[in-house]
Design a protein around this ligand. Sequence first.
Ligand SMILES: [Zn+2]
Length: 242
Amino acid sequence: MVNVRSSQSLKKFLIAIFSLLFVVLTVFAYFFLIKRPDTTRRSTHVMEYIRYPDKHPEWAVTAGDRCENAPFSMPTNGYIGFLWDDSFRPGHRHSGLDIFGGMENGITPIYAAYDGYLTRQSDWKSTVIIRIPSDPLQPDRQIWMYYTHMADEQGNDFISEDFPPGTREIFVKTGTLLGYQGNFSGTPGNPTGVHLHFSIVEDDDEGHFLNETIIENTLDPSPYFNIILNANQSPPEIPICP
Ligand SMILES: [Zn+2]
């Protein structure tokens, strides 16, 4: 009697364990195989491009180029390695574009992609933001262009001397040099790959930009560049002008 009972509870226990395992594996598969297939493939491409940029010149966009009818011009040279809404880990959603120049720190120039008013807060080491009073795609609203990683791994900046910390509301025309790509991650001594992160950030309707790390506060950059740059819609091909 005792043996039958304990074997039944063992069976229940095993069923519970396997059910739990099934749920965990399903969640894992969803994030890693269904939700993130392109991010994984793009990571492979980024590693390849960083190592051998000269082997893949056709992957790169050129600073200043404008795809047909696009309001924004390309802010820098390089491979658009990660897209808007890529996911680097379960639950994470990338709020902008990562463009890898394939060069060392401080070499690949970065330019204003559209006319606007540049601000650099006094504690910003690697970042500037440009206010566009009238969104070219929805003129009744204000939007912002957020540029970051313009510093070395210790946070020494590669931003143009025209825009020191504390700069506020300086008018810049499309094509103005802002600085150079760097590998500052935000934490000194913990570098990322050399690239530009570029986000289009929404306004709070009172004249301030919203927190750009939250994807809901940012806009899909696709229509601004006239390239599919939404990770969920991007075809397998490398993103360049159609
Ligand atoms: Zn990024």
